[in-house]
Design a protein around this ligand. Structure first.
Ligand code: PRX
Length: 582
């Protein structure tokens, strides 16, 4: 329980930098997306994310400014200026063109956080092709489903991850080539693959960016639904308008900031805020190849003098576990602003920031589909711990009822919806327009989250309105896990839920029934577990598998995950009138 912090007020004088929003109310009242557009460089109405993030700085005053400080997992540091990024991404764009990539093609990335991943994504955008980054911890199955869904033409990967691609290659008819980033790892690659180093050899450092307009496709991220395969939320170049604006006013970027976003580009935070928001604002960012470690992370902040830090609640809970005194052992005095996203941030987490860093943690809310931050806590406004904050100027979220009517009364739970029209709104689910259309009702975009709004306009997250599981900030589709489980010869049926967890918020839990001739045993469960980890990867596979006699189903045969969850938590089972009679 948080005590004594109903609201954390802040004084402009206490902030280490004068914030970009000084008066939230007047910013909201006078907001114009057109003014933001005019702050970017959009010759003849054309806009390209790579131009906004790289070339316009490289061609101007920021050419020699550091854009990327890369910290490898074994401590090697590489630095790239905006001019270097322009050169590297031009070389890649020329190389990708030689490899047959054209405007509109889908280029998938399966790579750890190495500089080439960033060169590759921006090289793709320069060509007007669509970049689709995948999480490198995915197993072959999620990779296959995503590449199939979007008819991927090329996969760019590393020698270490190539084996996963090889396993599914024959099931990807649209795949024309695999480009292997061989520059950091000397494992041999197969003859049919294109070596990154050879492709880039002798390529020109000059490239004229393909003409792209606001509505041309740019990036695609996959997100999980309750039923069916993952959905490819597709974004357009106009999305950078929101990235730039939220970078300026929520992340509060200042010219001298050293920014660090801990998210992986396999998820939308790692591109929107690990690529586009900082670089469209011309800000220097640290990119760390390694994984979480309390000491490692504090060392990074200390070593690179990080000023603005964007991370996630699961990481904050892990840091809390390590203790505030651990943070106090490091010189973290350069930090001036800390934010978190992806899951609810416990009020205790917000307040813990004060103990550990003398800074509260600012929560904000958005989704793959929204492309950029929609609701946020701002430097200038008091924080109400546990609240996601207030709407971004020019964005109109609301709480609506089942009919799609706005609920005006404060603190009444309903569906969180947003009025369409902000620049970074997704424009379709690739090859699934019907599903896209189903996300809109009565002039609202339906987020699939439940929330409340208080009398002062702060939004409070309640929970998801569907069965999608949020584990450590990553959405997992129960359907995807169930499909992998029933591939195993012993499994007859499977129902998958998110089980509450102190650290990761939820972990994936599976209930299965066994086929005849199979008996439950620790060996069998281990085998099923191994099967899931190999097929799905550790980020998606169930943490816990329980064998039960019968799975509760509706009369139409749908597994009642809601009931499984209620039983798991010892909660009332609710309406079971549609339950199948056995
Ligand atoms: O359920 C909400 C949760 O994460 C979902 C979006 O996940 P994804 O599409 O992967 O986008 C990640 C980029 C943020 C939301 O529908 N979520 C996100 N932020 C918060 C949150 N839940 C509570 N509080 C948040 N601040």
């Amino acid at each position: 329980m948080v005590t004594g912090y109903d609201e954390i007020g802040k004084n402009i004088a206490d902030l280490k930098a004068s914030p970009n929003i000084n008066d939230y109310k007047s910013e909201v009242a006078s907001w114009s997306w057109e003014n933001i557009w005019n702050e970017l460089d959009t010759p003849n109405g054309l806009i390209n994310q790579a131009h906004e993030c790289i070339d316009r700085h490289a061609d101007g005053d920021r050419a020699q400014k550091l854009a990327m400080i890369w910290n490898s997992s074994n401590g090697i540091v590489e630095e790239y200026t905006f001019a270097d990024l322009k050169k590297e991404t031009n070389i890649v764009a020329n190389a990708f063109r030689k490899a047959g990539i054209n405007k509109g093609d889908r280029v998938f990335f399966l790579s750890d956080r190495i500089p080439e991943l960033y060169f590759g994504v921006f090289g793709t955008l320069k060509l007007g092709a669509i970049a689709a980054p995948l999480f490198s911890a995915f197993g072959p199955e999620p990779i296959k489903e995503r590449v199939q869904r979007a008819d991927g033409k090329v996969i760019v990967t590393t020698p270490k991850l190539l084996a996963k691609v090889n396993e599914i290659r024959s099931e990807l008819p649209s795949l024309e080539s695999v480009i292997v980033i061989d520059t950091r790892d000397d494992e041999p690659i197969a003859d049919e693959d294109l070596a990154w180093s050879e492709l880039c050899e002798g390529m020109s450092e000059n490239f004229t960016i393909e003409s792209t307009g606001a509505e041309d496709w740019s990036i695609m991220h996959f997100t999980s639904g309750t039923t069916g395969l993952p959905k490819g939320a597709a974004h357009v170049h106009n999305t950078v308008v929101s990235h730039y604006a939220t970078g300026k006013y929520v992340l509060d970027f200042q010219e001298d900031d050293i920014y660090w976003c801990t998210a992986d580009p396999g998820w939308v935070t790692g591109t929107s805020y690990g690529m586009f928001a900082p670089w469209s604002n011309g800000v220097t960012q640290v990119i760390d190849e390694g994984g979480f470690g309390a000491n490692r992370w504090y060392e990074i902040i200390q070593k690179f003098n990080v000023t603005v830090w964007y991370t996630a609640p699961t990481a904050i809970r892990l840091l809390m576990k390590a203790g505030a005194e651990r943070a106090r052992r490091y010189d973290l005095s350069t930090l001036r602003y800390v934010m978190s996203v992806g899951e609810p941030l416990n009020p205790e987490g917000v307040v813990w920031g004060l103990e550990a860093f003398d800074l509260p943690i600012h929560d904000n809310w958005w989704q793959t589909e929204t492309g950029a931050i929609m609701i946020a806590n701002y430097p200038i406004l008091p924080i109400r711990p546990g609240s996601m904050g207030k709407p971004f100027p020019g964005v109109y979220p609301a709480i609506i009822d089942d009919e799609g009517t706005e609920i005006e009364e404060p603190m009444v739970e309903g569906q969180l919806a947003v009025r369409p029209g902000w620049p970074s709104m997704f424009r379709t689910y690739w090859n699934d327009q019907e599903r896209y259309d189903s996300r809109f009702k009565n002039g609202w975009y339906l987020t699939g989250d439940k929330a409340k709004k208080d009398a002062d306009g702060y939004f409070w997250f309640v929970g998801r309105d569907d069965d999608v599981i949020n584990t450590a900030g990553h959405l997992v589709s129960p359907f995807e896990v169930e499909s992998a489980l029933i591939e195993h010869q012993a499994v007859a049926e499977a129902g998958v839920i998110g089980k509450p967890d102190d650290l990761a918020m939820e972990v994936v839990k599976a209930f299965i029934t066994l086929n005849e001739n199979f008996d439950e045993s620790p060996e069998l469960l281990r085998d099923i577990n191994n099967h899931c980890r190999t097929r799905l990867g550790p980020a998606v596979a169930p943490r816990d598998i329980e064998v039960i006699e019968i799975l509760p189903k509706t009369r139409s045969g749908k597994i009642m995950r809601r009931l499984l969850k209620a039983r798991e938590l010892g909660l009332p089972e609710g309406d079971t009138s549609t339950l199948e009679d056995d």
